[in-house]
Design a protein around this ligand. Structure first.
Ligand code: 13P
Length: 254
């Protein structure tokens, strides 16, 4: 019922020329059967979006384009920001909102994340809303409390019709960039919890919401994670920068 989705978050890596190469190499390694099974998304830095869009269009690739961040205004005096309409015009279909690095390093609150996610939906794109607990919170038994409140506040006031197309990424902060993946059981339980929270807010539309796991996902652990009923894909950082590795993650069932 839910199509799997694997998104590469390249973070602040690669220039536009390197981005073109990664997408071209990735596309050589994937075929129709892969795209039927998995929605494949790449999220380059803003400076590479136009170049990657051009490759996708010229070569008619089924890879979808994502952005890593966005402002919520349509336009105006917001020096350095990028609007949802600008991204939409570039053929962007997914926008990561509220990544833990933005929350921790750039002070994004649940309220900001909520405003951004609604602006993304308003521009006809799909937000990938990120949630996740710190190591301290997990050790203190507060992982569900933290993620539950992030879900309630980040997803408040959405048009219920948007919930089915929504993507939520559960990314435990202690697993990001550390090589320490959550066990498949723990990740599966937290993704089930995320879906339950969305269901409490919006009812059965939550059964269509895609819930991704993120945090040191790689070619070696992806199959175990994807075997969990409530994990519909991954938000992949480091392992998405190498086209061979990322293709192996996408083809996890082979
Ligand atoms: P890593 O896969 O590098 O741990 O990054 C995960 C992440 O933050 C994806 O958004």
């Amino acid at each position: 019922m839910r199509k799997n989705l694997i998104a590469g978050n390249w973070k602040m890596n690669v220039n536009h020329l390197e981005a073109i190469q990664i997408v071209q190499k990735l596309s050589y390694r994937l075929d129709v059967a892969d795209y039927e099974r998995v929605d494949v998304v790449v999220c380059p830095p803003f400076t590479a979006l136009r170049s990657v869009q051009t490759v996708i269009e010229a070569d008619r690739l089924a890879i979808k384009l994502g952005a890593q961040n966005v402002d919520w205004h349509d336009s105006g005096a917001f020096t350095g920001e990028i609007s949802p309409l600008m991204l939409q015009k570039l053929g962007v279909s997914y926008v990561i909102v509220g990544h833990s690095e933005r929350r921790q390093l750039f002070g994004e609150t649940d309220e900001v994340v909520n405003t951004k996610a609604r602006a993304v939906l308003g521009a006809g794109m799909t937000p990938i809303v990120c949630v996740g607990e710190t190591e301290e919170e997990r050790d203190g038994g507060a992982a569900e409390a933290k993620v539950g409140s992030q879900i309630r506040e980040s997803l408040a006031g959405f048009d219920p019709e948007a919930i089915a197309s929504l993507v939520v990424a559960y990314e435990p902060i202690w697993a990001i960039g550390t090589g320490r993946t959550a066990s498949a059981d723990d990740a599966g339980a937290m993704c089930a919890f995320v879906r339950d929270q969305v269901r409490e807010m919006y009812g059965e539309a939550a059964d269509s919401t895609r819930v991704l796991y993120g945090g040191s996902m790689n070619a070696g652990n992806v199959a175990g994670l994807m075997a969990k009923r409530n994990i519909d894909g991954g938000l992949v950082g480091g392992a998405s920068l190498d086209p061979d590795t990322f293709a192996s993650v996408i083809r996890y069932w082979i």
